[in-house]
Design a binder for this molecule. Structure first.
Ligand SMILES: NC(=O)c1ccc[n+]([C@@H]2O[C@H](COP(=O)([O-])OP(=O)(O)OC[C@H]3O[C@@H](n4cnc5c(N)ncnc54)[C@H](OP(=O)(O)O)[C@@H]3O)[C@@H](O)[C@H]2O)c1
Length: 284
């Protein structure tokens, strides 16, 4: 990679950021396309968030990704928020348009795209069981509701958090049945047999530690079991589903697709997703 006086900067703000695969992903795309750009990780502590946002303008940074813990708290510092980011209540991408900072959220769109491109799965008319009610669940629930699902069940350890998500979305998506429940096997058993898609959006199972307990034997033969965790690439939840012959879908595709949507917003170019996917899969 040649950095010169004309090189434009992209990056990611988070705390911590050392674990992120985004620099590898975007720099692979930048190199493959021969762009005069570089993507840098920036560890931004919560107290420094306002200064970091001003630095985007001051340093004429083209755009940044936003990750934990800033996805919500960044919103008041921005000039404009896209409809998706408003719906989700979180921003994962900022675009700098001549000093005007616009917040977007590509997580839900990226997830839906990866289901389509990897499995040919369309959420329209489907029953979906979402495990978790955090930021990623919100983005995915929004994508699935916008995609015209028939029913969305949000199963979360803290049931009240799931209920609050379900209540908010019910008033926005009146054609979709939206239900909240607990994540214990007994609660899940009511919804697993009818689910066309079961997606784990909790962090349980990250780094192969713990994991969600779903009665997989009750999953319908046509259903897809998905896990948005990408470390490990194939979680225990997916391994168990695979052993039962269930179609599975891992989190790496979502990572690449949400990244590709951000990349397009910043550069106007399509990310060379095959090259990027292979590079990330090899890395892990
Ligand atoms: N593939 C991708 O591109 C992509 C994108 C974004 C996020 N992710 C992954 O998605 C996961 C969640 O991210 P997030 O931003 O949504 O986090 P978050 O906002 O902190 O939400 C975490 C969720 O996990 C649940 N949870 C945590 N530990 C649990 C356990 N031991 N058992 C059951 N539930 C548990 C929480 O339940 P409570 O409400 O009860 O605490 C909550 O629903 C992370 O692993 C992240 O790496 C992947």
């Amino acid at each position: 990679m040649n950095i010169s006086g004309t090189t434009r900067v992209l990056g990611i703000f988070g705390c911590p950021v050392s674990h992120t695969l985004s620099p590898l992903m975007h720099n692979t795309a930048i190199e493959a396309l021969g762009l005069d750009m570089v993507y840098m990780p920036f560890e931004v502590k919560p107290d420094n968030l306002a200064d970091a946002v001003n630095a985007i303008r001051a340093l004429n940074i083209v755009g940044v990704n936003i990750t934990i813990p800033h996805k919500k708290s960044i919103i008041p510092f921005l000039d404009e928020i896209s409809n998706d980011a408003k719906l989700i209540g979180a921003v994962n991408t900022i675009v700098n348009r001549k000093g005007k900072l616009i917040g977007h959220n590509t997580d839900g769109g990226g997830y839906i795209k990866s289901l389509g491109s990897e499995l040919g799965f369309n959420v329209k008319g489907k029953n979906v069981l979402i495990l978790g009610a955090g930021g990623a669940a919100r983005a995915i629930a929004a994508g699935i509701a916008k995609g015209g699902a028939c029913r969305i069940v949000i199963a979360n350890r803290t049931v009240e958090r799931g209920m609050s998500l379900a209540d908010g979305f019910r008033s926005l998506f009146r054609d979709v049945e939206i239900i909240a429940t607990g994540i214990k096997e007994k609660s899940l058993m009511r919804y697993v047999p009818d689910a066309d898609l079961i997606v784990n959006t909790t962090s349980a199972g990250m780094n192969d530690k713990g994991g969600v307990k779903v009665p997989l034997k009750a999953v319908s033969t046509n259903a897809v079991v998905s896990d948005i965790i990408y470390k490990p690439r194939i979680t225990k939840f997916l391994r168990n589903a695979d052993k039962l012959g269930i179609r599975t879908h891992s989190g790496l595709g979502m990572l690449v697709e949400q990244g590709a949507l951000s990349f397009k917003l910043w550069t106007g170019y399509d990310m060379p997703k095959d090259i990027v996917y292979k590079k990330l899969a090899r890395k892990r």
